[in-house]
Design a protein around this ligand. Sequence first.
Ligand SMILES: [Zn+2]
Length: 320
Amino acid sequence: MEREPISLQDAIEYFSDPTNCRDYLVARRWPNGVECPTCGCKNVAFLANQNRWWCPTKHPKQQFSLKTGTIYEESPLGLDKWLVATWLVCNCKNGVSSCEVARALHITQKTAWFMDHRIRFSLNMGPGNKLSGQVEADETYIGGKARNMHADKRAVKITGTGGKDKAAVMGILERGPKTVGSKVRVKVIDNAKKKTLQSEIREHVLAGSAVFTDALKSYEGLDEFQHEVVDHAVEYVRGEVHTNGLENFWSLLKRGIHGTYVSVEPYHLFRYLDEQAFRYNNRKGLNDGERFDIAVRRIFGKRLTWDQLTGKVETTSQLN
Ligand SMILES: [Zn+2]
């Protein structure tokens, strides 16, 4: 097997060879030998001329490919395109627009958009252990691109500094050692009321942890935590009490959304949050090849269909 890729150029070259795609994915998905995704049978036959496997047990999908049982399933696009698109999404610091992916892979923007969303969906790691130690909590607002709007529309749309016409986003960040960096979870929320913000904190932070917030009234009463407040009207940092980790994440997120994407519909915002959180949480001590490896391991056992993506079927937002 050739050396595994560590740069975009490597990746394009490496994954242009179907044998390399197979080696790379099999090593991660089936380290102990290929198994049928439907029944788990290990006694499968490789059909080299079709680049598929055949399971001897009688059931639907007796033949399966590398894409079966992954977010790439049933896509007519080849793994060369899928793996390079995944590389771009997980490694481009400010995100990559579907226009850029379309140009890079010679596909339509609509196809690239669907691919990007499926990749973002796979990056969501789902609920994990509760955060602990020193934790920051904060909320921000996203949307309301006034500068691209016609004046009369702008007057109607922009009604204040936060809230209305913008999506509220909540972030919770666990501080970590310099080598690993902090880890963030983000989610679109209905409002910034006490009940909403505090239930997220209680769900995601271990009781007894140090929780740092600003002076927003919604954070009053977090009594089971060592809650410390920094009043931004007075100061931004008081020793360890600050929310600068999240402020930094918000600026990365907004740079990504406003700089890279022409528009993000509120309905799809949570997927961009997942994407940015993945890159943030895997930014330290990893090269692009290692970050891609982590991303690829998340494509297995997941599906996102067009109907789910476009809202014909319900999917839920998780605090990632
Ligand atoms: Zn089987």
